[in-house]
Design a protein. Structure first.
Length: 123
């Protein structure tokens, strides 16, 4: 991936098409999604070059009672993964490889991360 403009695979977008998106696809965003108040149902496919501020923001908004789903690279070695785990996020592994922009398959595995309202799953 050479930039951050990767549209969600249609197979995932079918699930979240009417959810609030704080970082819609654009070359030149005018409204900073990190500074907005997020909606009750927010779907986030953040810039892959620097996802951590989006994870911090998602945790902050979830603490205020928002249901948040994030599409992220499956990378359990990162600091941001540990933050999500400690927060009680649920990780859903996606089989195979997504097709960002519906083009060729990504060269890494992906996951959906769910931050439920006032709730986490243990065991
Ligand atoms: C991986 S793309 C996801 C696009 C779209 N949300 C989707 O799922 O198809 C991330 C987008 O976020 C935009 N972006 C980056 N930083 C942003 C910010 N601070 N506020 C709003 N958008 C931002 C980028 O320009 C890029 O188009």
């Amino acid at each position: 991936m050479t930039n951050d403009n990767y549209a969600t695979d249609d197979r995932i977008m079918q699930l979240f098409w009417d959810w609030f998106d704080p970082c819609p696809l654009t070359d030149n965003f005018k409204v900073d999604g990190l500074k907005m108040v997020w909606c009750d149902r927010t779907y986030v496919n953040p810039p892959y070059s620097h996802p951590e501020p989006w994870i911090d923001k998602a945790i902050e908004e979830n603490k205020k009672g928002k249901l948040i789903v994030m599409l992220l690279r499956m990378d359990t070695s990162t600091k941001w993964f540990k933050k999500l785990q400690e927060h009680g996020a649920v990780f859903l592994w996606i089989n195979g490889r997504l097709r960002f922009n519906n083009l060729k398959p990504a060269n890494f595995p992906s996951m959906l991360v769910i931050l439920y309202k006032n709730h986490s799953f243990e065991g």
